[in-house]
Design a protein around this ligand. Structure first.
Ligand code: NAD
Length: 483
């Protein structure tokens, strides 16, 4: 495809290590999921280049951690400004390699930038503590120090924001980073690196190694000099990589899969609940980790809610993300389409009915009709695992306790949503939900100012907010006897 950008240098064809653009022997093609056309290609790097990037990050650490928070903040702030200046180009590039509609891609650029702005500000506030001593002749100091070199691995569903949510706090804290983006969406990552370089991020501080996951992952999880490993992606891969990190006892953060319940009580404002479900289920064609996965509806409003939701879903326009008017783009690949199909088939086998959608869209690209299933059994696969696609399955419940039990009956614990007009129920239910994040009468919860993350098998640690920088800091206690 011919992707015309106002700043053509944003489309990179090399990886970025130690402030230099590097090639490899083989290459990986990056395809547009809307029509399988070639968007670009990147080097297929491996063990040797990943080790080289860790060398560079380790060397760069000495000066970067010594810089003042204010100096690091100034550079991050320039990076933030540059990302926003190039919003339109970055959004086009993102849509071309990932598929989401252009308006969603623009929103992601702004969301991604917000983490850089936020942590540029936080860089100046990495304060310690003076503790009340346990003995009169002692003085006790707690310092917050950068962890060191960070290894990061990110997914394809938010090719910019999942990177800045890690890189911005890491760099703000005084850490350096080697990042492996998803092999499906490396071009957004490289555009970010080019802008970081323009902003004055010193060589070796932020490195991007493109290539096959396993060898690069091996280096980032095994090298002793990598002191922190941060991962966003599927639960299975996250668990496996985290286990490897334990051989060198790294600090680990994991942002893994979810299985979000969306609970609609009889006393909910139905119009709001339908709009919330559309936003949280069908954004990014259902490929977000905080995506609604199961819609639990109380029996009194079940029929009305399902009718209204189906009507709204029928009106969603499916098309290439770069075309105007598309509400929903393609899924990332054929495997994703096949998973939605298998969840529908299994749901129907368990007694569900299709109210709208249900089929792949014929022709080029990985498009699937936005789908609503009713009378879904809690035992169906789509209730037990993340669909990661445009499939809304409605489960009926009678009582508040039943809703809470259904919602918690999963190993995941990332996001949950509740629609009710009762203040008492809002508190009671949000406290009973075993989740890291709860949306009350809203289907959109992500913001840089609040802690993002899960409990149970959805992850470890938090990203964004004033808590997010702690993932990249160690506490050092200095005990001083003055007498
Ligand atoms: P994935 O686990 O397949 O891939 C994620 C990253 O891991 C990619 O960069 C991939 O190349 C890499 N990877 C895969 N195997 C590896 C290996 N053996 N060694 C090293 N790296 C390896 O996940 P995905 O399909 O890209 O992303 C979708 C998943 O991510 C969903 O489960 C979604 O819920 C989750 N996710 C979670 C959050 C969150 O914040 N909790 C955010 C976005 C996505």
């Amino acid at each position: 495809m011919n992707l015309s950008l106002a700043e053509p240098k944003l489309l990179r064809a090399q990886a970025f290590v130690d402030g230099a653009w590097i090639d490899g022997e083989a290459r990986i093609d990056v395809l547009n999921p809307a029509d399988s056309s070639l968007v670009g290609s990147v080097p297929d790097l491996g063990y040797r280049e990943a080790e080289g990037a860790v060398d560079a990050a380790y060397r760069a650490l000495t000066d970067w951690r010594k810089a003042t928070g204010k100096q690091r903040a100034a550079i991050l702030r320039r990076w933030y400004d540059l990302v926003l200046v190039h919003t339109d180009d970055l959004a086009r590039l993102l849509t071309a390699e990932q598929g989401k509609p252009l308006h969603e891609a623009k929103a992601e650029v702004v969301y991604a930038a917000s983490f850089i702005e936020w942590f540029a500000e936080e860089a100046k506030r990495v304060n310690g503590d003076v503790l009340a001593p346990h003995a009169a002749d002692h003085r006790l100091l707690v310092r917050r120090e950068p962890v060191g070199v960070v290894g990061a691995v990110t997914p394809w569903n938010f090719p910019l924001a999942m990177i800045t949510r890690k890189a911005a706090p890491a760099l703000a804290a005084g850490c350096t980073m080697v990042l492996k983006p998803s092999e499906l969406t490396p071009l957004s990552a490289l555009a970010l690196a080019w802008l970081a370089d323009q902003a004055g991020v010193p060589a070796g501080v932020f490195n991007i190694v493109t290539g096959q996951p396993a060898p690069i992952g091996d280096v980032l999880t095994a090298d002793k000099r990598v002191r922190k490993f941060t991962f966003t992606g599927s639960t299975g891969v996250g668990k496996m990589l985290a286990a490897r990190c334990m051989s060198t006892v790294k600090k680990v953060s994991l942002e893994l899969g979810g299985n979000a319940p969306f609970i609609v009580f009889d006393d909910a404002k139905l119009d709001d609940a339908v709009e919330g479900a559309i936003a949280s289920k069908f954004r990014n064609s259902g490929q977000t980790c905080v995506c609604t996965n199961r819609i639990l509806v109380q029996s009194g409003v079940y029929e009305a809610f399902s009718r209204q939701l189906a009507a709204r879903v029928r009106a969603l326009a499916v098309g290439p993300g770069l075309s105007t008017g598309a509400d929903q783009g393609p899924l990332i690949d054929e495997r994703a389409v096949a998973k939605v199909e298998s969840h529908i088939e299994d749901g129907v086998k368990h007694g569900a009915r299709i109210l709208t959608g249900g089929r792949r869209v014929p022709g080029a690209g990985h498009f699937f009709e936005p789908t609503v299933l009713v009378d879904v059994s809690p035992d169906a696969l789509l209730c037990r695992e993340e669909t990661f696609g445009p499939l809304a399955g409605l489960v009926r419940f009678q009582t508040e306790d039943e809703a809470i039990n259904l919602a918690n009956a999963t190993d995941s614990g990332l996001a949950a949503y509740v629609y009710t007009q009762s203040l008492e129920r809002s508190w009671k239910v949000s406290e009973a939900l075993e989740y890291g994040m709860v949306g009350l009468n809203t289907g959109l919860i992500s913001t840089e100012v609040a802690p993002f993350g899960g409990v149970k098998e959805s992850g470890l640690g938090r990203e964004g907010s004033r808590y997010g920088i702690d993932e990249y800091l160690n506490l050092k206690f200095v005990c001083h006897q003055i007498g």
